[in-house]
Design a protein around this ligand. Structure first.
Ligand SMILES: Cc1cc2nc3c(=O)[nH]c(=O)nc-3n(C[C@H](O)[C@H](O)[C@H](O)COP(=O)(O)O)c2cc1C
Length: 166
């Protein structure tokens, strides 16, 4: 890592609620999905990004097979349609890279590639995975976010590289 993990945090955290790409190379397929939830911080002395992925996502199954993932952050407004495709369609049904006209490039430190059209990238090695404890979620949030038992799984990714390509 040539710069500290937090160098581009403001750019990242500003874009996160609007959508960033979580890309993962599973055993048989590479896929990306839009996420808007996540945390950047430190655990066990390691810079970490935590992604929240529901069981029902195809990306969840691929993450279970993978050792790493990348977070690809749009730094222009040109990728709104791509974020919509990646956030509403499933890699079970389509090749999102072809449909959304996104190009894959090799990452620097991990097996999962990055998305060339994005200006900021985090390369993350999966360190730890944790399920939510439904009994501990406040009732109002449970009613709003989990009418079905489809909770989020937290994927803790150690940030092994961060860089801009724009
Ligand atoms: C703006 C936006 C943010 C989203 N954030 C998340 C998220 O943080 N976690 C999640 O599990 N799904 C999130 N989704 C939904 C997934 O992106 C969506 O279900 C996607 O189609 C899953 O693709 P997959 O089946 O190929 O994994 C979001 C969707 C949008 C449009």
């Amino acid at each position: 890592m040539t710069v500290p993990y937090y160098t581009y945090a403001e750019t990242f955290l500003e874009q996160l609620p609007k959508g960033v790409f979580l890309t993962v190379q599973g055993e048989t397929q590479t896929n990306t999905m839009t996420i808007a939830w996540g945390h950047i911080g430190v655990i066990w002395g390691k810079p970490t990004f935590i992604a929240y992925v529901r069981y029902s996502r195809h990306t969840y199954a691929l993450l279970r097979e993978a050792k790493d993932f990348t977070i690809n952050v749009p730094t222009t407004d040109l990728l709104q349609e791509a974020l919509k495709i990646a956030g509403t369609q499933s890699g079970r049904d389509i090749d999102k890279f072809a449909t959304a006209k996104l190009t894959l490039l090799p990452a620097k430190q991990v097996k999962t590639p990055i998305i060339a059209e994005c200006g900021l990238h985090y390369e993350c090695r999966i360190l730890y995975t944790q399920t939510q404890e439904p009994a501990l979620i406040p009732e109002a949030l449970k009613a709003r976010y989990y009418p079905q038992p489809d909770t989020h799984i937290m994927f803790f990714g150690e940030i092994v590289d961060v860089y801009r390509l724009d």
